[in-house]
Design a protein around this ligand. Structure first.
Ligand SMILES: Cc1ncc(COP(=O)(O)O)c(C=O)c1O
Length: 465
């Protein structure tokens, strides 16, 4: 019998983690990472091995909608694991997967009435892109395969999904299927020239799409993929009407519109899905994951319209199949977690709560602009971001990056010392707490953040720059 070694201290955990566990976006630097250890969670709080409580500002990774320590979800998962922990999605129908598929189609906009379960967001995006390829192959359009994506987009970490991601830093040492993608310029209104209105900026971004379609040729473009708000790219909210206008252009050019709701789905903006309720579009495909289980189990889904599936069924010659799927597609324990999560969100009025608390949350976000070191504070729903502005205008690119990293790291440290997890991305801090956060807890979170920013602002001297 082999013994499984038990760590005898938090330091063991950290050492073993640094020695054996390669994390996502692992730095190949030689200094050991100094990651916090989260031992437990309770509501909106993470608790370290010494019992210290921290508000979880990022809400896991924008996904712990109903908060930590939910006994009902844990019980539903345990019950399902005892009844049947796994069944092949190839050969069996299962109760939790069929129930969840039916439930999801009641929550989706328009005729998005088919659900393809995946293991997370990346595999949902991959499946959507492979579905587009399959669709065009069947329709006899083998060249209509390029996808239009956008700078600063993030769509996942599998090869095809990563290919669609437009975050420059993530591509530095990594390959991508570049022949399958074209990127539109950043839509962030912060980048518009002096004197240009946001509406004019929006017109320009629409023209970017039209021009790209003209350049590449609609006959070569299969899909347009867009997050309703560019989430990990910096909480970029596009100008009003952007999504409706891009959808119209896609429809006119027979280009499938994929709305990547991995972050915005399941309540983050106060609705099950943001596409129709917030941005007034019914896309052809929605991809989702994260909040579907509140992070209690891995699960994702691609939601496809009746229109597309009906078109494919009409092409059926008896030998056509969508050869895509995963051992853990429709995983029963994940589906049971999702069903209980959705039931709790409905029963406890979580979406209503998000809509009610959003104006106050956003007011507290905007208030952060009073600090000189904050260039912009922005957001929508229960998502907010601040972007630091500390590097002098004439700093070199290298200096700017160094200073930006330093700014993020100092905010992180100052927040953590006060009981708030921030985890900045370079010079940006994003807030997407559990959706059950109360008004008092919103105050606690932003009070800590303001104190931390004030400390960092006063600690910055010309020597730092
Ligand atoms: C918009 C978006 N799409 C896709 C993904 C990938 O999801 P996952 O990490 O579950 O594979 C993410 C992850 O953050 C995301 O933000």
């Amino acid at each position: 019998m082999t013994d499984v070694a038990q760590p005898s201290s938090a330091q063991d955990v950290r050492d073993w983690d640094n020695t054996f566990n390669m994390h996502p976006w692992e730095s190949m630097g030689t200094a050991p990472a100094d990651r916090m250890i989260a031992a437990r969670g309770e509501g909106i709080y993470l608790i370290d091995p010494d019992g210290r409580k921290y508000i979880d500002g990022p809400g896991g990774m924008w996904n712990v909608q109903v908060g930590y320590g939910n006994a009902e979800i844990a019980q539903a998962m345990a019950d399902q694991a005892m009844a049947l922990p796994f069944n092949s999605p190839w050969y069996f129908a299962s109760d939790p997967a069929s129930q969840l598929a039916k439930k999801l189609t009641e929550l989706t906009p328009g005729d998005l009435n088919w659900v393809f379960f995946t293991t997370g967001g990346s595999s949902a995006v991959d499946s959507a892109l492979r579905f587009m390829q399959f669709y065009n192959n069947l329709k006899g359009r083998p060249n209509k395969k390029i996808t239009i994506s956008r700078e600063k987009a993030y769509h996942g970490s599998t090869y095809l999904a990563a290919t669609m991601s437009g975050k420059e830093r993530d591509r530095t040492f990594m390959d991508a299927a570049t022949e399958l993608v074209r990127f539109l310029p950043d839509v962030s209104p912060l980048l518009r020239p002096d004197g240009m209105s946001i509406a004019e900026w929006g017109d320009e971004k629409i023209a970017d799409l039209e021009n790209l379609i003209t350049d590449v040729g609609a006959e070569n473009i299969g899909a347009f993929i867009a997050e309703p708000i560019l989430a990990s790219g910096g909480v970029i909210v596009p100008p009003d009407g952007y999504h409706a206008r891009t959808l119209e252009i896609c429809r006119a050019n027979d280009i499938l519109y994929i709305s990547d709701e991995v972050v915005t789905g399941f309540g983050r903006l106060g609705h099950w899905f943001a596409s129709e309720e917030v941005f007034d579009i019914v896309p052809d495909i929605i991809t989702c994951a994260k909040g579907i289980t509140s992070g209690y189990a891995p699960l994702g889904a691609m939601l496809v319209s009746d229109r597309l599936v009906d078109e494919l069924k009409a092409e059926d010659r008896g030998d056509v199949m969508f050869s895509n799927g995963f051992t853990n597609s429709s995983h029963p324990v994940s589906c049971a977690a999702a069903l209980k999560n959705l039931e709790i969100m409905e029963r406890d009025g979580v979406l209503e709560h998000v809509r009610e608390i959003t104006p106050y949350f956003q007011e507290r976000v905007r208030r952060l602009e009073r600090f000189d070191v904050v260039a912009e504070a922005r957001g929508v729903g229960l998502v907010g971001a601040i972007e630091g502005a500390v590097a002098p205008a004439d700093a070199s690119e290298e200096d700017r990056l160094r200073i930006d990293y330093e700014f993020g790291a100092r905010i992180d440290k100052a927040c953590e010392a006060r009981g708030l997890i921030v985890r900045p991305s370079i010079n940006m801090c994003v807030f997407s707490p559990p959706l059950v956060i109360t008004r008092e807890q919103v105050d606690d979170m932003f009070d800590i953040l303001e104190a931390a920013i004030a400390e960092v602002e006063s600690s910055l001297t010309s020597r730092d720059l």
